[in-house]
Write a new protein. Structure first.
Length: 247
């Protein structure tokens, strides 16, 4: 069977469900976002789950626990394709934190002789391959981050950005994210800045409006649905269908 997986389209997973991973891969998704920050992952889960996902041919974007060295390095050491770093406050904060995803002299990542090094040593070429092959995406979800988006994207340790629309709306004083004109204006600021910098941007695009915006504005990847929302939609559809039959 021809491989129909498309890396542009990602699914959001909140826990280490092997069945969910197999389903999204079979359907044609080419990437997953692991919500380590708010989900039910622990280190033992990630050590097993990330290589399983990579074995399915999926890119793994690990939204790590926080903007700290440990969570960033652990996700990369387990084999994540990219780390998505939440709660970046601005350019200076991004410079300090995103360095943990790149080796010296570019950044400040520490070497671990585990899976990514095939449980052995390393050389200068390996460092170059790692820095090129793994991506660091600060999240744009704080007011300071969007205000300094150009400076963040200019950092050598930043490969692109990942938008957090809900937190961004709250932290920009608009309250709960409602997909308002102001919300989409912020999304456009990020999309335009990423295009000018020649770097990718990623959007959780649950609604048709967000999907259309991401496609029209050149998002590198769209996160099309989240695990719990997909489960709820499936259960609701079955219930609604049965209710219709009883009328």
């Amino acid at each position: 069977m021809q491989d129909k997986r498309d890396r542009r389209y990602a699914a959001w997973l909140s826990g280490p469900s092997f069945a969910a991973a197999e389903i999204v891969a079979d359907l044609g998704y080419g990437a997953v976002v692991l919500d380590i920050e708010h989900g039910s992952f622990d280190l033992a889960d990630l050590e097993r789950f990330i290589p399983f996902l990579r074995g399915l041919g999926l890119e793994v974007l690990a939204k790590v626990l926080g903007p700290e060295r440990g969570p960033i390095q652990q996700a990369l050491d387990f084999g994540a394709t990219a780390v998505v770093v939440p709660h970046i406050e601005g350019a200076a904060h991004a410079a300090a934190v995103c360095a943990f995803g790149k080796f010296p002299p570019l950044g400040d990542r520490s070497f671990a002789g585990g899976r990514t090094a095939r449980y052995g040593g390393f050389d200068d070429e390996w460092i170059v391959r790692q820095d090129r092959g793994t991506r660091v995406y600060p999240m744009i979800e704080d007011a300071g981050a969007i205000e300094q988006i150009d400076d963040i994207l200019a950092l050598d340790t930043v490969d692109g950005v990942f938008i957090g629309p809900s937190d961004l709306s709250v932290r920009r004083g608009r309250g709960a994210y409602s997909r308002s004109e102001e919300d989409f204006a912020d999304l456009r600021i990020v999309a335009d800045a990423a295009r000018a910098a020649g770097k990718p941007w990623v959007l959780p695009a649950w609604s048709p409006q967000e999907k259309a915006f991401a496609l029209e504005n050149g998002a590198d990847q769209l996160v099309l649905t989240m695990e719990h929302g997909a489960i709820m939609a499936g259960f609701k559809a079955a219930l609604d269908q049965t209710h219709e039959l009883t009328l």
